[in-house]
Design a protein around this ligand. Structure first.
Ligand SMILES: C[S@@+](CC[C@H](N)C(=O)[O-])C[C@H]1O[C@@H](n2cnc3c(N)ncnc32)[C@H](O)[C@@H]1O
Length: 216
């Protein structure tokens, strides 16, 4: 069982609660205590507690329901923005959406909350496992599916008639944040190309400087 799946078990939840009761996740005493109790899992526990604390700024009280990666948290859409976008899709008649580069699943969660079903694609294996954990109830009920892989290669297989698409490319390189669209992943030109593909009838599209949305 990987660390994220383990953190969702009763023992993992107990470890998270225990670590959250400690003031400093990096203090030597905290690390030693958690290692004594949870062995190799301690690092994952302390990392998630530190990220949850940081996430409370962005997500408020619901932060503690989620799992994170550092870059996933930094890149996650703010809940109010995600909810507004999801409501726009729902109002346009979308019922299913393909989230291409889902990160930790913030937008996917908002789409589900708005009543849409979601197929969420993420290239990074660990981030994909975090998204799967965050979307677990919807995965269990069949409303969501998380696919680990390259969205540019999976698009034709996954983009079925009547399915809307959403892409929120990563705007960072190994050197940090980038404002150069040619550095975005999945590629910005590819994301813009989604807008040109004719799918079904009736199109409601929204595009701004760093996100592409289309229903059809
Ligand atoms: C800006 S983040 C998405 C954030 C997400 N909308 C949220 O609010 O949580 C972009 C994600 O796209 C992923 N990604 C980059 N290239 C990809 C590709 N070719 N296929 C699938 N995912 C990709 C990155 O790993 C990153 O997690």
């Amino acid at each position: 069982m990987d660390d994220i799946a383990w953190l969702g078990t009763s023992e993992g939840r107990q470890a998270l609660a225990e670590a959250d009761g400690l003031p400093d996740t990096e203090a030597p005493g905290t690390v030693t205590r958690m290692r004594d109790r949870y062995g190799e899992r301690a690092a994952a526990v302390l990392t998630q507690v530190a990220l949850r604390r940081a996430a409370r700024v962005k997500f408020g009280a619901q932060a503690d329901r989620w799992f994170y990666t550092r870059s996933g948290l930094e890149q996650a859409t703010r809940p109010a923005v995600a909810a507004h976008r999801a409501a726009t899709y729902a109002a346009a008649g979308a019922a299913r959406v393909l989230d291409l580069g889902c990160g930790i699943g913030t937008d996917a969660w908002a789409f589900l909350d708005a009543g849409l079903d979601v197929v969420a694609v993420e290239i990074d294996p660990f981030t994909a496992s975090v998204a799967a954990a965050n979307l677990a109830p919807a995965v269990a009920s069949g409303r969501a599916r998380v696919v680990q892989g390259d969205a540019t290669l999976l698009l034709d297989e996954l983009w079925l008639p009547g399915v809307s698409v959403f892409a929120d490319p990563a705007r960072r390189t190994g050197a940090g944040r980038t404002w150069n669209p040619s550095d975005f992943t999945p590629p910005w030109d590819w994301a813009l190309g989604l807008l040109d593909r004719a799918v079904g009838a009736g199109v409601s599209g929204v595009s701004n400087s760093d996100r592409v949305c289309r229903t059809g």
